[in-house]
Design a protein around this ligand. Structure first.
Ligand code: NAI
Length: 389
């Protein structure tokens, strides 16, 4: 198996920075690459500040932030950065053409043994790798945000990835520290949109779009809609603003192309996207974020549109599809990955004795929304998924 010492991270925004920091903490040599010096400098400064904070908290027995940062290099030139790379992690924007260009340049310049990994949250690893002459060495390595706090890393097989490359990726990811406990490495056996965690949660967005559009048509306010959510979790509209309306819009279009047209963004989300009302990042989305995270006023009353039983049934159905398609072989992996990647209890275990009831809930939802994607899949209907622990 390839001995990984030198890591190159390409695209050091939010995610690339996180991956680079934990790799430095694990003792790897890391080169940060982005398109402009100012972006690389910003990432370097951000990582350095994070390391100093951890040092002050006594997190580095016997070592200093400076010891780790001594192994960190900066570059804006992929070709030269890749010359002695053992592993590359790509975390550039979620755009297939940009990713392909990056992979091509890496392939042309990296040593033959170097593994090329993408942190894409939705896209096909096989397609990204298709531009290279080392498709056996192209894998997915999907981190969750923030990398230092979320334990999950999905390591993904493209159609042509070798076992050796995937195992090397898993071994590497397992060495990366996480402040919230041991890393959970989910082996994703097949390349499918959204892999495991994002795939299971994705179709909830179809329901959310339905609810957003219905609330608007009925003249309900977003505050009322959010009051339908139970306390504790981030309510639907606040969460959509937090994730970013543009991220939702692009993701939904990708799933619409690859999974079902039912994923197409709804009227509300499309209008917000077109008007540049993108949520927390622009200061305005469903809510005004100029004074920080909004808290819906309970006194506004409820819209009585969003029903929690539906997302639960939707996620169970999608978990069964993940098993049916051979993306994972155990329902426990679905639950564990969701907890480690999103701090969200998985839909599988609580439903071990509930398949029949959930099939009814899903049929009711098809009737209500007209969205065929919610039809219960064969594995759920048969109840046989329960045996796939
Ligand atoms: P970001 O926008 O914070 O960072 C992307 C970085 O890539 C920017 O610094 C940009 O300058 C750089 N970049 C763009 N084109 C480049 C090129 N040709 N060469 C080098 N650098 C380039 O984005 P973020 O959120 O870090 O996402 C990056 C990737 O990670 C995307 O594929 C995204 O889907 C995925 N991801 C995002 C998560 C999130 O919660 N934000 C979670 C898991 C995966």
């Amino acid at each position: 198996m390839v001995d990984i010492k030198n890591l190159v991270v390409i695209g050091v925004g939010q995610m690339g920075m996180g991956a680079a920091q934990v790799a430095l903490m694990a003792g790897f040599n890391v080169t940060l690459v982005d398109i402009k010096d100012e972006y690389v400098d910003k990432a370097y400064a951000g990582i350095d500040a994070g390391m100093k904070k951890l040092e002050a908290k006594g997190a580095f027995q016997g070592k200093t932030a400076a010891d780790f940062m001594a192994n960190c290099k900066k570059s804006t030139d992929i070709a030269s950065a890749m010359k002695d790379a053992d592993l590359m992690i790509e975390a550039v924007v979620e755009d297939m053409d940009v990713k392909k260009k990056v992979f091509k340049t890496c392939d042309d310049n990296a040593p033959a043994h170097c593994i090329l990994a993408s942190n894409t949250s939705t896209m096909s690893i096989t397609e990204i790798g298709s531009v290279t002459n080392r498709q056996d060495k192209v894998i997915g390595m999907h981190f969750f945000n923030p990398v230092i706090l979320m334990r999950c890393v999905e390591v993904i097989y493209g159609e042509k990835s070798s076992d050796e490359s995937v195992n090397a990726g898993m071994e590497f990811a397992g060495k990366l520290p996480c402040l919230k406990g041991e890393r959970y490495i989910a082996k994703v056996l097949k390349d499918g949109p959204g892999f495991i965690v994002n795939r299971i949660t994705a179709p909830v967005q179809i329901y959310q779009n339905y609810v957003f559009d219905k609330a608007e048509a009925e003249g309900k306010t977003w505050e009322q809609l959010d009051n339908d959510s139970p306390g504790g979790a981030m309510p639907t509209c606040v969460l959509a603003d937090f994730v970013g309306i543009d991220t939702l819009f692009h993701g939904q279009n990708y799933y619409a192309k690859t999974l079902s047209p039912d994923f197409a963004p709804g009227k509300v989300v499309t209008k917000m996207f077109n008007e540049g009302i993108l949520g927390a990042k622009t200061g305005k989305g469903f809510y005004d974020w100029s004074k920080g995270r909004p808290k819906p006023d309970r006194k506004a009353g409820k819209a009585r549109l969003y029903k929690l039983k539906y997302p639960l049934a939707i996620m169970l159905n999608e978990g069964c599809r993940v098993l049916e398609e051979g993306i994972a072989t155990s329902w426990k992996v679905c639950d564990d990955a969701l907890m480690a990647g999103m701090n969200m209890p998985g839909p599988m275990k609580p439903n071990l004795n509930n398949s029949e009831k959930q099939v009814e809930v899903l049929n009711e939802l098809v009737e209500l929304t007209g969205k065929k994607y919610f039809e219960p899949c064969e594995l759920l209907k048969s109840g046989k998924w329960v045996e796939m622990e």
